[in-house]
Every structure is written in C-alpha cells, then in structure tokens.
Ligand binder design. Structure first.
Ligand code: 4AD
Ligand code: MG
Length: 481
C-alpha cells in the first residue's frame, strides 16, 4: 500500500496531487472535517468530506479512535493554522471505534487518567512527544559510544549474582512455589529447579560488563534491570533501563569526564533532533506552571534548563564537602529537611541532593568519595582521611528536578582489598570467583557508571513522574499491561 505520512503531508507544497493517507480519527466536526493522526508527528491532517455524497452509514462510523484510509487530493486549506487539507475522494473504515466506549476523548486528559489506560495513551500528543524523545535519547547513546569505539555488550537478564549486594532481587524459578520440593532437612530443594540453583533478574549488568571491559578496553551495556525495592516514588521503577559504560585503564577523573561528555552529547542531540517534541513539552509545562502560585513556579523553562546543562561545567565536590554545605544550610538549620544532617556518614536523601543542585549550585553536581559503608563492595577504597574515615572512589551525578541521575565508581582492582571487603560484608567470594578472576589475571585500574535511562528521559521531556516515560511501568502492585 502506498501510504503517505501525515508529517510529510503537512509539509508538502504539491497541490492537486493524489494521495492515500491512513490514520486514527481524532475529531470529526460538522460531518465534514476529519482530523487524523498516524503517529508520524503530533499534528493532524484535515480531511474534507463531501458529506452530501457520502453515505450516512459511513459518516456514522467516522468516530474518535477509528482507523481509516482516505484517498484524496491535496488542496490548499481553507482553515487557519494549517497549509493543506486532503479533499476526500473515498474513505474506508479499517477499524471501528465505539464512541461510547473509547476512553480517549478529544479533550485534555490528566496524566493520572492516562496512566490507567497506558495501552492507549500513545495516541495522545504528549505521549507521542515523550516516546519520540525517548527514542532519540536511546539512539544518541548508541551513537555517542559508537563514535568513541566502545563495544555494545548484551549482558544477561537472568543471573545468579547480586551485583549491588542490596538484596533487591526478583527470583526466577520454575519450581511450584505452592509446594516446592524439599530436602530432607526441610529446605527448598533447588536441585530440581531449572538452573539447579537460585537465580534472579539482574539488578545491573556491571559485573559482566567489567569482565568485557578487561578484554575490549571499553564497553557499554544498555538493557533492562530489575529492582524489587518497595519504593513508591516518582523516581523509581521495578523495571528500568540502564546504560552502563565500563572502561579499562580509567580512573574516577576519567569516569566523571566521560559521564559529563555523554550527558551533554545526548541532551544536545535531543535538542537538535526532537525540537518539535521538546517545544511541545516545553509549552505543556509553561501552561502547567501558569496554574501554580507565583512562588512555586520554576525559574527556568524546560528548554532553558536543558541549555543551562549544556553551557555549564558540572560542579564537582566530595561527599565530605557536601555534608558541610548541607549541615549549615538554611533548611537544615531551620529543621525543614525531613532527615536532618548532623553527622558524617549518613546517606543523602533526595531532599538533600535536590537542595545541592536546585538551591545551592543550581546546576548538575558530581559528588565523589562517599563513605565506604553506604556504597557497594566493588568500589575502590581510598586511603582513610586525616580523621581515619574510610571512603571509596564513588561518584553520583545529581540533576535538577531529578536527584541521582548516575551512580558509578572507580573499581577496586586489588584482589586482596576486594576480597577483604567482600568478607566484611558477607558477600560469598566463591560465588563470584569469575568476577575475582579479572583481579587475578591482568588486573588493571578501571571505572564505570550506570545512567538510569528513565531518569534521563524524565529530565529531557520535563515530565514529572517516571511512570510516564516508560511504556508499561512496573511498580509495586502494578504489572497490568
Ligand atoms: O546507583 P545504582 O544502583 O548503580 C548501579 O547499579 C551500578 N552497578 C552502576 C554501575 O556503576 N555500572 O543505579 C544506577 C542508576 C541510578 O543513578 C539511577 O539513575 C538509576 O540507575 N536507578 C533507577 N532508576 C529507576 N528506578 C529505580 N528503581 C532505580 N534504581 C537506580
Ligand atoms: Mg546509586
């Protein structure tokens, strides 16, 4: 079928040409003007129907949501706001849509409502824009690493290890959990399980990524990761996509530079290649801002925020320096933080991260050298500071409106230090023998990080809930679609 896309028809200047266009009806006014959209862009093309010569039975079936095919001629538009219309010669209904039952009406729906009908929300302009931006960001990531000679690795989804050591894993099993086979002493007998051992969905591709980096020099992964953490927030998903570069012969400094370069590259790619979508999302936000009281409105528009990230160096400081700033900050002094910062060693909550980026520095911030006790086992141990406090060569990159966007570190490449740390944390060294082998055979300094892809999409699209930037969000008590 030779069909033309709405996007190219809206830009065409060839009047009187015969075309076929297919799409879904958005509105049908006065039995005469059909607005259809085919997903190629956010705009609609207007079809002009000669209703005197169109059977009533057919007119009745042109309802919001129906799929139709139109053959017609490109004509100059009589209406304002568009250049061309299609004068219909014939209309075919491809799929009816009962107007009594179709949940999307030609009006503004709330994001909460659209979340309930995630299988249909792609058909709105907002979600058209969001998922086009998501696509462009994914493409830009591959292009960025490809240009730099990184190898794209597909790491396993099903693993036996807990890369973060945080115990937030979904189990994968073929056992009948209602009556699992048991050993003589009453334990679940995993020898009858598919893998003959307990297995789970990966929380991160990092450990396997490290193995590959220690052969290819520089690799990245980009795949789904899973966390069974019970976080019902606008920043957490149970299934999210992560981009994880890993580089041999690189230290924390190199790691920070790579992350900053990557963020700037992909944001500027999106600004160049999704200008229409980002303009649309920008206006959407401006409208929303108008409904808020003056003092709650954000200082920068979405586009200004994105450009601001491109034009400024990310602020770099240590955890210890950040704690000093937070301790003497107004919200801490006035007890406005939910968690008050009183001593070194505490993990930062998102309210603290957001204070640093949004109020104090007003730009992306890279925090480094966190206390060892609040970070993962594989991070490289720093020399204890003057007061004997232990830190690791970690980095978190914090973004305005988001908080933690990236988490990474230089890795502990010294076998003795790594095994000692694992023992302290009760992480079984024999189970990770293959991981430790990289430290046994040609170990070298190396570094990497993980970018939460949905948090990136959230930032660039200006959406506020992470459930609105992934097609079918997985979160506690929700796996409907
Ligand atoms: O900080 P995290 O847990 O780091 C790792 O998993 C490392 N293994 C990465 C590495 O060094 N290769 O997660 C990395 C990022 C976070 O900064 C955050 O952006 C995102 O992943 N993230 C989540 N995004 C959505 N929902 C969740 N539940 C997330 N947990 C982490
Ligand atoms: Mg983290």
């Amino acid at each position: 079928i030779h069909r033309e896309k709405v996007k190219s028809l809206l830009e065409t200047e060839e009047f009187n040409r015969e075309v076929t266009v297919m799409g879904w009806v958005r509105t049908f006014r006065n039995n005469q003007f059909i607005a259809i959209n085919d997903g190629s862009c956010m705009g609609n093309i207007q079809i002009v129907v000669d209703f005197n010569n169109t059977p009533e039975a057919l007119l009745k079936r042109i309802t919001t949501g129906a799929a139709i095919a139109v053959k017609g001629t490109i004509v100059e538009s009589a209406g304002k706001g568009q250049r061309v219309d299609i004068k219909a010669d014939s209309i075919e209904i491809l799929g009816d849509s009962d107007p009594e039952k179709f949940p999307l009406q030609p009006k503004k729906h709330s994001l909460e409502f659209l979340r309930e009908i995630a299988h249909l929300r792609f058909r709105t302009n907002t979600f058209n824009a969001v998922f086009k931006v998501r696509h462009a960001l994914a493409f830009a990531i591959h292009q960025f690493y490809n240009e730099r000679g990184f190898v794209y690795m597909h790491t396993p989804i099903i693993t036996a290890s807990d890369a973060e050591g945080a115990g937030e894993m979904f189990k994968v099993t073929t056992l009948d959990l209602d009556k699992p086979p048991r050993t003589e002493d009453g334990q679940v007998d995993y020898s009858e399980d598919f893998f003959a051992r307990s297995a789970n969905l990966t929380v991160s591709g990092q450990l396997e990524g490290e193995l590959a980096a220690m052969a290819f020099g520089q690799i990245y992964t980009f795949g789904p990761t899973f966390r069974a953490e019970n976080s019902n927030t606008t920043r957490h998903l149970a299934e999210f996509w992560m981009v994880e570069p890993e580089v041999a012969f690189a230290d924390l400094e190199d790691n920070m530079q790579l992350a900053e370069d990557m963020m700037k590259y992909i944001i500027s790619y999106a600004l160049k290649n999704c200008r229409e979508e980002i303009d649309f999302l920008n206006n959407r936000l401006l409208e929303e801002e108008k409904t808020k009281p003056q003092n709650e409105r954000s200082e920068l528009s979405l586009i200004e925020k994105l450009n601001f990230c491109l034009d400024n160096e990310f602020e770099r400081l240590t955890y210890t320096e950040a704690i000093a700033i937070l301790k003497s900050s107004k919200p801490n002094q006035k007890k406005q933080f939910k968690y008050l910062i009183d001593e070194w060693g505490a993990d930062l909550q998102s309210e603290h991260e957001r204070y640093l980026v949004e109020k104090h520095f007003k730009k992306p911030v890279i925090l480094t050298d966190y206390p060892a006790d609040i970070k993962s086992f594989y991070m490289r141990q720093n020399e204890p500071d003057a007061q004997g406090r232990k830190t690791v060569a970690a980095m978190d990159i914090l973004f305005p409106g988001i908080g933690e966007m990236i988490g990474g570190s230089q890795r502990e490449e010294r076998l003795d230090k790594l095994t000692q740390r694992m023992e302290e944390l009760n992480i079984p060294t024999e189970e990770l023998w293959w991981f430790l082998d990289t430290r046994r055979f040609g170990s070298a300094p190396h570094s990497g990080f993980g970018l939460g892809f949905e948090r990136l999409v959230l930032f660039v699209s200006g959406m506020t809930n992470i459930r609105d930037v992934i097609a079918f969000p997985r979160f506690p008590k929700n796996a409907e679609f």
